[in-house]
Design a protein around this ligand. Structure first.
Ligand code: C2E
Ligand code: MG
Ligand code: MG
Ligand code: MG
Length: 287
């Protein structure tokens, strides 16, 4: 396996796309095995309610615990998985894992709604809404314990199909979030046409909000837009307390980022909540 990867790197320099493809094929085979060998793990990152300072849910984020290369972030293997149907297997694995964990927490007395990322490819899976609601039933979870996060770019390719799928999921009671808002192209069209519950402002904007006045003005307007459309607004990628305070002042409903907590393995996340989560920059209305 190692050799395959090395040859891939070498040939990609020597032979252009052919090399890139063999590199991908090696990685692809490894990832397929990784799913079977349970080398993939979900980490969970809390979302903090801006008003109460409580954790209102967690986002499930995949990592690959590679036997030789250590813990790999999704950016190093998801793009490749997304170019094939492997992303479909990976997503079902991810949903089963996240829902199973959520159900286990419920049995332990912890109420932790989970958000899972849905790749664009999933929107062409036949019968997606029914397959997802069946799984929720199998885990004995109410549908609003699951939020599906979808990026704008995922919705662009097949907007009509996406609208039908998402409409059915919403009717079934599953929550929907528009992820990475502000990084796509036709945000307004998508917001107008699709039934979201939540808008997640991309971390790029969140980082910028500490800077110049135009950036603050943009973030303020995006939050206002979300609220006028009846959405909960999440600020993601909050890296320090100053940004958290800023976002709360600008009116976000939920905060997510390393300043609050990095993504954690399931047991560490549960321990954090059990030990009494200490909110960052909460307004303290209910404290
Ligand atoms: P995302 O859904 O926007 O997830 C948020 C990303 O921001 C995560 O990166 C998270 O670790 C990172 N993050 C959290 N706090 C901070 C912070 O304070 N500063 C900065 N700079 N970053 C922060 P991660 O885990 O590397 O995931 C990257 C993307 O990969 C995700 O973006 C999501 O689009 C995708 N992804 C992750 N897990 C899955 C999965 O299981 N399935 C699918 N389809 N996509 C996934
Ligand atoms: Mg996400
Ligand atoms: Mg995001
Ligand atoms: Mg992102």
């Amino acid at each position: 396996k190692r050799d395959g990867a090395r040859v891939g790197v070498w040939t990609s320099g020597m032979a252009g796309t052919v090399g890139v493809r063999s590199w991908e094929l090696a990685l692809h085979a490894q990832l397929r095995r990784a799913i079977a060998n349970r080398e993939l793990v979900l980490y969970y990152q809390p979302l903090q309610d801006a008003a109460t300072g409580r954790v209102s849910g967690v986002e499930a984020l995949v990592r690959w615990c590679h036997p030789e290369r250590g813990l790999l972030p999704p950016g190093s293997f998801l793009p490749m998985a997304e170019r094939s149907t492997l992303i479909i297997d990976l997503t079902w694995w991810e949903l089963d894992e996240a829902l199973g964990q959520c159900a286990a927490w419920v049995r332990e007395g912890l109420h932790i709604p989970v958000s899972a990322n849905l790749s664009a490819r999933m929107l062409v899976v036949d019968d997606l809404p029914r397959l997802i609601t069946r799984r929720l039933e199998a885990y004995d979870l109410p549908p609003d314990m699951l939020t599906l996060e979808i990026t704008e770019s995922a919705l662009i390719s097949q907007p009509a199909r996406a609208a039908t799928m998402l409409g059915e999921l919403r009717t079934a009671g599953v929550k929907l979030a528009l992820d990475d808002f502000g990084t796509g192209y036709s945000s307004m069209e998508i917001l107008k046409a699709l039934p979201f519950d939540e808008m997640k402002i991309d971390k790029g904007f969140v980082a910028d909000a500490r800077g110049s006045l135009p950036d603050v003005a943009i973030v303020r307007s995006v939050i206002d837009l979300g609220h006028r459309l009846g959405l909960r607004v999440v600020g993601e990628g909050v890296e320090d307390e100053e940004s958290a305070r800023m976002l709360i002042e600008l009116g976000v409903d939920l905060l997510q980022g390393d300043a609050l907590s990095p993504p954690l393995p399931a047991d560490e996340l549960a321990a954090l909540l059990r030990g009494g989560y200490r909110p960052v920059a909460a307004s303290g209305e209910e404290a």
